[in-house]
Design a protein around this ligand. Structure first.
Ligand code: GAF
Length: 388
């Protein structure tokens, strides 16, 4: 179990800035083993919460103002609760958006102070934004005694991201942050929101994350565009099969018949999603059987689909996956998350981790002229109010 030293940092900072005892909440980032861009298509995902998290310290004020401080940026932000609106300052949006959603759901808030910190790398595809939103939701729930369920807080965080960050994300990141369980992945049905914890049985194998250190500005506009293309595919099928509500219900046969002749690009996008749906279900069975080799092969196939058909990868991510593709010690690798930068996830034999990191770091630096950061992810519990 990790020690939450950042929790003490936000608590101490809060006391210095605001002079009272705060409530402290931790909410983790996530990895996703397989099932990418399937959540908003009502498919399945297989994420897990990790040992990198956002932390907030929160306490009451006597007025209707919100006073925020972000330790990482040394930056403050103030707003009135009655005039909440997205700001071009970036980080406050994840907090303001959640406060706004709470009010819109009929919860009476009062002014509050908050200090934010964390070690989820920003823009690395590890869901730093979802972890801040969940931390905020859980902290305000506790502070105002709102008794909102974990699932409602997740949905609220997702709406906050849509409205205050402008990205029409699916539910995976918030769900993983809030519902994570140590040493387990979550098999989440993004239609019914039923979920199952699957033990991560990977003896002698580590989850290694390579952070490409690229964050393309395209990420949010292209993400929204992919959603639209999936919806366009569904509309083409729906004209003949009114029962098809999302790509979850679509088959390859339907795609061939109704989408391929109408729109080649939309077909390519939908084909990836329909294949990924199936890959995830089989990959989950591989994991349950402990057949990590078979799961790993599917991860490479996912990467190829994301790169060539869904087209959300980039040169740097492709390079990182190609670097490890034929290595005996790497069972699977792929880009992870929304795309256009961020991390690759790699399943690596424990005894080869150190050498692999060294070699990949050198090659990446030489070829891409960029610094590679690497992490070994531990799978931890989801959001919690800390008693510190
Ligand atoms: C981002 C989104 F936030 C998720 O909802 C999900 O769609 C993911 O990209 C792609 O699988 O992390």
């Amino acid at each position: 179990m990790q020690t939450f030293s950042i929790a003490h940092t936000v608590k101490d900072k809060y006391k210095t800035l605001f002079g009272t005892e705060p409530i402290v909440v931790r909410s983790p980032g996530r990895v996703n083993i397989i099932g990418e861009h399937t959540d908003y298509n009502e498919g399945f995902v297989l994420p897990a919460a990790i040992d990198k998290a956002s932390y907030v310290a929160v306490g009451l004020r006597n007025d209707d103002r919100i006073s925020l401080y972000a330790e990482e940026f040394g930056d403050s932000f103030e707003s009135s609760l009655t005039t909440l609106a997205p700001t071009d300052r970036g980080w406050p949006n994840y907090i303001l958006g959640v406060a706004d959603q709470l009010q819109k759901s009929g919860h009476a808030l009062k002014g509050f102070n908050m200090v934010l910190s964390g070690d989820v790398p920003i823009g690395a595809g590890l869901s730093s934004s979802a972890s801040i939103e969940c931390a905020t939701g859980f902290a305000l729930n506790e502070l105002f005694g709102l008794s909102i369920s974990r699932l409602e807080l997740v949905k609220l965080a997702q709406r906050a991201e849509h409205l205050f960050a402008g990205v029409r994300v699916g539910i995976m990141d918030m769900f993983a942050s809030a519902f994570g369980k140590q040493d387990h992945v979550i098999k989440l049905d993004c239609r019914s929101l039923d979920y199952e914890y699957v033990p991560l049985k990977m003896d002698g194998i580590k989850i290694v994350l390579f952070n490409s250190n690229v964050e393309h500005s395209l990420a949010s506009s292209e993400y929204n565009m992919r959603r639209q293309q999936c919806e366009a595919g569904v509309a083409l099928i729906k004209a003949h099969h009114p029962e098809v509500a999302s790509l979850r219900d679509a088959t390859m046969e339907m795609l061939h018949k109704y989408v391929e002749p109408a729109d080649a690009l939309v077909y390519k996008r939908c084909k990836y999603v329909v294949e990924e749906k199936e890959r995830l279900l089989q990959g989950c069975e591989d994991l349950k059987r402990g057949d990590i080799k078979a799961l790993g092969k599917k991860m490479f196939a996912t990467h190829d689909g994301l790169s060539k058909e869904y087209e959300v990868s980039c040169e740097e991510l492709d390079f990182l996956v190609d670097q490890v593709r034929n290595k005996e010690a790497v069972l699977g690798a792929r880009m992870m998350g929304g795309g256009f930068g961020g991390c690759t996830i790699n399943l690596v034999r424990e005894d080869a981790v150190e050498d692999l990191i060294k070699e990949t770091t050198t090659n990446y630096n030489q070829q891409m002229k960029l610094k590679l950061l690497s992490y070994i992810a531990q799978i931890e519990d989801g959001t919690s109010v800390l008693s510190i």
